[in-house]
Each structure stands twice: as structure tokens, then as C-alpha cells.
Design a protein around this ligand. Structure first.
Ligand code: COA
Length: 363
């Protein structure tokens, strides 16, 4: 909004306030923080209240969002609030139109699971959030893997919808927790992560990752638990655990040094070096890299041919390759999750999450 543009009237502002209450879809934490900050700035002016403590997640995030507006004039904040609400209302009515014109109902909210011949395809489906994995999606992947392990398909494929494979753990979800609920959230996340990784360790059939775009965090660390990893040449692979005050998961503290050597593993897992698809392939994290322009065609032709191979023989060979170290993997998983539970409660991690949530609150 430029300074010469028309300012919203008090009536527009009151209407926008009512519209926010009537929104049927949750606009997400970042937008809610932005709305909060603009509302406070529009009604009270610049933030002068004392900064809440680090453990008071919710109020700290709200305070940061408001504080970043600095000396933004009240009437500009009011106009920005009205504009933001108008964009949410119009996005919501567009979504509702799309939903009512689309009868197909999926049992999953964040996945699209389809059958392609002998292949069960599990597609991560939060493209607007770069397929970040929230608690709901973790649970849905567990359910989809359980179903795929039992169905009569011969291969299971995991891929992403949109330009990302997955941006890893949903950071915003973890951030907005009331101080009194933090301990419970950390314990629930610990149990969920442990169960999630167990399902990859124990998955009985050949499991394939079709890495359609960049991968971050757990979307990268899980890859050694797949049997084939195909990647587009535009994908990058990145595990910024230290930057987030966190530590490696999905057995990567064991699998990464094993497949790429400890010095290359440390570069990724400790220092968060982002590698290209070619580098990931050279390090043994990716089976093969394909040009992005022919990626889907080449990969699916290959997988359809593999899916015609005798399924029982594939399962038997997979068991032979994987079974002897399953116990080790389960032990590593427990250790990694226990360390993460500690890291999640650390100031480094809390700070990193608050910073991520607030990074777009500045206008
Ligand atoms: N958790 C929560 N939300 C995420 C997310 C994550 N891991 N990754 C992306 N998103 C959301 C963004 O908040 C944004 O939401 P918004 O449109 O409501 O603001 C949306 O997805 C698009 O992301 P954006 O950051 O605008 O896209 P980009 O192309 O500039 O950057 C990433 C993409 C993935 C590099 C960047 O979003 C990022 O660094 N995400 C965090 C990745 C991460 O650290 N994961 C955890 C590893 S342990």
C-alpha cells in the first residue's frame, strides 16, 4: 500500500473484523500473527509492552510480530489489515468453489494416495507449504504405509506435489503452543516421530522416493531407508539441524556416515551444507538423477517396468538386504528421538522456531 493510496474507513475495518471471525478455513499461524500485529498497530499504535519470556511461545511470537511493524502509521496498518482480510475472504471462496466442483473425497487431508498399475503412490500434498510435514501428515503417512504394506501392489512410491519434494518438519506448527502445553507437545512429537521412522525401518516392500524437487530435514534424512531414490536435477538436499538448534533423525546419524563416510556426513548433518542432486548421487544418497524436463516420464517408465517383476522375490531380497541391521536401526531411532526431545526444549531451538514464524511478519 503506498502512502498516496486510499485509506480504509472505520466501517471497512469493522467489517474486516467481522469477516475474520467468520473465516471457515484456518489461515495458518503466520497469517494469524500478521493479522494480530496489524490489528494492534491499527488500534493501539506501535508496540510498547514488555517482551514476553522465551518460553511463552504464543505471546513472544505475537509480540515479535507486532514489534516488527515499528512506527507504521495507524491508518496504514488499518488499510493493510482490511486488504489482508479481503485477500483471505476471496481465497476462501475460491477454495470452496473448487471443493464443491470436485466430488472425489480422500480419506487423507495431506496426502493423495493412488494406484498406478502395480504401484501404490503416496503423494505429499501441501504444495502451498512446500509439503512441510505437520502432525496430521506424519500420522497419515503412517496409515498410508500400513495400508500399502498390506495391499497387493508390488512397489510403493513416495513423492511430492508441486515444486518441492518436502520442506521437512512443519516448523510453524511446533511453534504456536501455550507454555503450559509445551512439555506435552514435545512428548507427543517424540512418540510420533519414533513411530513414523519405525514404519520406514519395517516397511516390507520395495520403497521408492521420487524426489520431484528440493528436500529439507527429515525428507532428506529418511532417504537411506528407501530402496531406490530417483531425483530431478533441480532438487537440492539440505539438513539445517544445527541452524535450528536440533539434531539428526530418521537414523541418519548411522546411515549417512555409513553410505557417504563420516566427513561428508558431518558436513551435511552438523554444518547443514546444502548439496545438489548430483552431489547427493555421488554421496550415495540418491540412486540416479534425471533432467527435470524428462524426470516424470523416465522415472515412471522405469518404475512401471520394475513393478512387473515377481513381487515375492522383490520382498525376499529386500528382507535379506535390510533385516540384519533392523535392530540397530530401531536402537538408533530411539536414541535420536530422545536427543531431539531434549533439543526441542532448548533455547536455540525455541529461538529458531520463533524466528521462522516471524520472518514474514515484517511488511
Ligand atoms: N514449516 C512450516 N511452514 C513451511 C515450511 C516448514 N518447514 N516450509 C515452508 N513453509 C511455508 C512457508 O512458511 C510459506 O508459508 P506462507 O505462504 O503461509 O507464508 C510457504 O510454505 C512457502 O514457503 P516460502 O518460505 O515462502 O518459500 P521459499 O521458496 O521462499 O522457501 C523454503 C522455501 C523451504 C526454503 C523455506 O520455506 C524454508 O526454509 N522452510 C523451512 C525449512 C526447514 O527448516 N525445515 C525443517 C528442517 S529440520
Amino acid at each position: 500500500m503506498t502512502s498516496g493510496a486510499m485509506r480504509a474507513s472505520q466501517e471497512d475495518f469493522e467489517r474486516a473484523k467481522r469477516q475474520v471471525k467468520d473465516l471457515k478455513e484456518d489461515p495458518g499461524n503466520e497469517v494469524k500473527l500478521k493479522l494480530y500485529a496489524l490489528f494492534k498497530q491499527a488500534t493501539e499504535g506501535p508496540c510498547t509492552s514488555p517482551k514476553p519470556s522465551m518460553l511463552d511461545f504464543v505471546n513472544k511470537a505475537k509480540w515479535d510480530a507486532w514489534n516488527t511493524l515499528g512506527s507504521l502509521p495507524k491508518d496504514t496498518a488499518r488499510q493493510n489489515y482490511v486488504d489482508l482480510v479481503a485477500s483471505l475472504v476471496s481465497a476462501q471462496s475460491l477454495n470452496q468453489e473448487k471443493t464443491s466442483s470436485n466430488d472425489s473425497k480422500s480419506e487423507y487431508e495431506n496426502l493423495v494416495v493412488t494406484r498406478e498399475g502395480n504401484i501404490t503412490k503416496i503423494m505429499l500434498n501441501r504444495p502451498a507449504k512446500k509439503n512441510a510435514i505437520n502432525a496430521k501428515m506424519y500420522n497419515e503417512i503412517v496409515l498410508a504405509l500400513e495400508a500399502a504394506g498390506k495391499d497387493d501392489s508390488s512397489l510403493t512410491v513416495i513423492t511430492g506435489n508441486g515444486d518441492y519434494y518436502s520442506s521437512g518438519n512443519d516448523l510453524s506448527e511446533f511453534g504456536i503452543v501455550l507454555p503450559e502445553d509445551i512439555e506435552k507437545k514435545i512428548q507427543d512429537s517424540y512418540l510420533l516421530l519414533r513411530k513414523f521412522v519405525e514404519h520406514f525401518i519395517d516397511f516390507p516392500k520395495p520403497l521408492v522416493a521420487v524426489v520431484n524437487g528440493s528436500a529439507v530435514g527429515i525428507a532428506v534424512t529418511l532417504l537411506p531407508l528407501f530402496d531406490i531414490v530417483y531425483a530431478t536435477d533441480k532438487a537440492t538436499f539440505h539438513t539445517p539441524f544445527t541452524q535450528l538448534g536440533q539434531s539428526p533423525e530418521a537414523c541418519s546419524s548411522y546411515t549417512f556416515p555409513k553410505i557417504m563416510g563420516s566427513v561428508k556426513a558431518a558436513e551435511m548433518l552438523i554444518f547443514g551444507r546444502k548439496v545438489t542432486a548430483q552431489e547427493a548421487c555421488a554421496r550415495g544418497l540418491v540412486t540416479e538423477v534425471f533432467p527435470d524436463s524428462t524426470f516424470q516420464k523416465e522415472v515412471w517408465t522405469r518404475l512401471k517396468a520394475y513393478s512387473q517383476l515377481p513381487p515375492k522375490s522383490m520382498v525376499a531380497s529386500k528382507q535379506l538386504i535390510r533385516n540384519f541391521e533392523k535392530k540397530t536401526l530401531h536402537r538408533i531411532n530411539v536414541e535420536e528421538c530422545a536427543l531431539l526431545r531434549e533439543r526441542w526444549a532448548s533455547e536455540d531451538c525455541l529461538n529458531a522456531i520463533v524466528n521462522f514464524i516471524n520472518r514474514k511478519s515484517k511488511l
